[in-house]
Write a protein of this length. Structure first.
Lengths: 286, 365
């Protein structure tokens, strides 16, 4: 493996232009082996295009990308068996059963059919595996998509908006599966515009806006560096006051209320990734 | 462009299974077969009418009755039912176990040969039928022949046409066989220009193609789809021939003709599939593309086409393929220049697959 030590994915000045549109505009980052990496941004920020280039399905206009040491798109055929993708669309064969869907991909990858049954068990679809996929709920389809992407035991798994459109319970189930995969040492590259999900799941996140990466670090560091530390103070007259902890004037007001015994409760509040995104991208996510 | 046999087989199996569960494809495959059934009902005239002849004849005269059967076999299927005597023959006709009866007096054959005129009696229950008319005329000719009389004249039939005039298919191989050949072409056209593009367009529409391409190449997908088309073609043609009872006189040439046309049209179908974004679009627009495919097949059974149109149609692969199939079905040289037909059809195939390869190469790049 060349490049950064232990890097599963390395990207240098990667760009993809469609005519005058700069879908991805010179991004650079590295994802460590075993890391759960999140690429966050609004719709049209360039997240899916980035995944398309990293899975060899789109040719970069400029820059370079390596996955597991293989250059893309030149060594696409070498990368294919080592990676997989959970698509944003639920692109399953709806007239086939869940098991038939998985067996098709098991055969494409040359792994035994028994792998399909293992995966149905992993995602809790053993009983439903005999039914046509068109009868599945959205959450079941999403779990089947994840199972399909695991057929070839990928060393790097890309997930494009894996919980989009799911109800909270289904989203929770999907996140539990992802945490399980991460705990087993898989490298996961996740795109989402759900900041809470990224905060909860990801080791590191990169913010993408208008084809560029505008921030990259662990969620905690980003929040500490860019988020505003605040406190919600409940006063004796039952009014709430929001104070900025880094603001000297607000600190003096708080100290005054404390001295005068006006303060009933104080709750400190850490900045959110949403706040960080607004701060870095200059606009809200949605 | 790499090809993986394992991937092709996996996609092929999936497509065969998936397409069988798709009502739209079932309708497309069933339509020509229903047309074949319709022809069975509406064009039965090439089946020889079965006529049961109860006869009473001495042992020395049975050969005369058998000669009669051989003489009429081109027109009717004469089944001989031996009876002991004239009364038994009349009873058989009355109870309708026989259509007509023939009573041959003992020694009639020898009597005719010696110039005596024995009485041969044809027995009907409700007047002379069409089949009975044939038997009556042929019996008269047979009696003259046995008596050693020369026919007063030999009448032959000749069809003339201008040098630039095509043989009319239904006069050359029979109207029923001609229409069934048209249905064979219709079947090939519908599989190639509707089913195949639908299989590909639906993969694009549902984005399942993206999932396949994570594991394999577009070329594998295309080859698998082509094999699905050939499989459906083979099965559907066998079923159609079984339904209609058509047996090609030259099965090898017939297989070559069908195979060649299936490959050519399949190539264009695969190209079309890449042009459409949804299966519904294919359903909507495929009729437009079917016109140049099916047009020549039906023109071939249409007499007196304007020479310019006939010449233009000959440039199309279906037109050439139907010439091959006509020769193969009839076992006759209806169209003498079959090598040209094979060459023209193959040229279309080279064009289709050349375009497809170019498109695949662009996509891979």
């Amino acid at each position: 493996m060349s490049g950064a030590e232990g890097a599963a994915i390395e990207v240098h000045d990667l760009a993809k232009h469609y005519g005058a549109v700069r879908a991805v505009d010179g991004i650079a980052f590295a994802v460590r082996t075993g890391e759960l990496f999140g690429l966050l941004g609004h719709n049209g920020a360039g997240k899916t295009t980035t995944i398309r280039m990293l899975t060899g399905r789109a040719r970069p206009t400029a820059g370079s990308a390596r996955v597991l040491g293989h250059a893309l798109p030149g060594e696409r055929d070498r990368v294919k068996p080592l990676v997989n993708l959970v698509f944003e669309d639920q692109n399953l064969y709806e007239r086939l059963t869940g098991r038939e869907n998985l067996r098709l991909f098991a055969r494409l990858y040359g792994v035994p059919d028994a792998r399909a049954d293992e995966l149905l068990e992993l995602v809790g679809l053993v009983a439903a595996g005999r039914r046509a996929v068109r009868t599945y709920s959205s959450g079941m389809k999403q779990r089947l998509l994840i199972a399909r992407a695991l057929v070839n035991r990928p060393r790097v798994l890309f997930l494009d908006e894996p919980t989009r459109g799911l109800d909270p319970a289904s989203a929770r189930e999907v996140r539990a599966i992802l945490r399980g995969l991460a705990s087993e040492g898989a490298t996961l590259f996740l795109t989402t515009h759900d900041m809470e999900e990224a905060d909860e799941l990801c080791d590191r996140v990169a913010f993408m806006a208008d084809g560029r990466i505008v921030g990259l670090d662990t969620p905690r560091e980003l929040k500490l560096r860019y988020g505003e530390r605040t406190a919600v103070v409940l006063l004796a007259d039952r009014t709430e006051q929001l104070l900025r902890l880094d603001d000297a004037e607000d600190a003096a007001r708080l100290a005054g209320w404390m001295r005068e015994g006006h303060v009933l409760t104080v709750h400190s509040r850490e900045g959110t990734l949403e706040d960080v995104f607004v701060s870095l991208a200059g606009r809200p996510l949605l | 462009m790499s090809i993986s046999l394992r991937a092709i087989v996996a996609i092929y199996q999936k497509d065969v299974r998936d397409a069988l569960r798709d009502a739209r494809i079932a309708v497309v495959l069933a339509t020509p077969l229903l047309v074949g059934l319709l022809y069975n009902v509406t064009l039965p005239e090439e089946r020889r009418t079965e006529v049961k002849l109860a006869y009473a004849a001495a042992a020395g005269d049975v050969a005369l009755v058998e000669s009669l059967r051989d003489d009429v076999q081109r027109s009717i299927d004469l089944r001989l039912l031996a009876r002991d005597d004239g009364d038994a023959v009349r009873t058989a006709v009355l109870d309708r176990s026989a259509t007509i009866g023939l009573v041959v007096p003992s020694g009639a054959t020898e009597a005719m040969k010696s110039g005596r005129a024995p009485t041969l009696t044809l027995v009907f229950s409700t007047g002379v039928t069409a089949g009975g008319e044939v038997v009556l005329r042929q019996l008269d000719l047979l009696a003259r022949r046995v008596a050693g009389q020369s026919p007063p004249a030999i009448v032959t039939v000749e069809t003339v046409r201008r040098p630039d005039q095509e043989p009319i298919l239904f006069t050359a191989i029979g109207i029923r066989a001609a229409f069934i050949l048209s249905t064979v072409v219709m079947l090939l056209g519908m599989i190639s220009m509707i089913v195949l593009p639908m299989l590909i367009a639906e993969e694009s529409e549902k984005r399942t193609i993206d999932a396949l391409l994570m594991a394999t190449s577009y070329a594998d997908v295309v080859v698998a789809k082509a094999l699905v088309g050939l499989t459906y073609t083979g099965l559907a043609i066998v079923v159609l021939l079984a339904i209609t009872g058509v047996r090609p006189a030259d099965p090898v040439l017939f297989t070559v003709g069908v195979g060649l046309l299936a490959l050519v049209l399949g190539g264009f179908g695969l190209l079309l599939g890449g042009m459409f974004r949804s299966a519904q679009q294919v359903y909507t627009w495929s009729s437009f593309f079917l016109i140049p495919v099916l047009g020549p097949a039906f023109a071939a059974v249409t007499p007196d086409l304007p020479p310019a149109l006939a010449t233009a149609l000959r440039a199309l692969p279906t037109s050439e393929a139907i010439r091959i199939l006509a020769n193969a079905t009839s076992g006759k040289t209806v169209y003498p220049d079959i090598a040209v037909s094979v060459a023209v059809t193959a040229a279309w195939g080279i064009a289709a697959y050349g375009l497809l390869a170019w498109r695949l190469a662009r996509r891979e790049a």
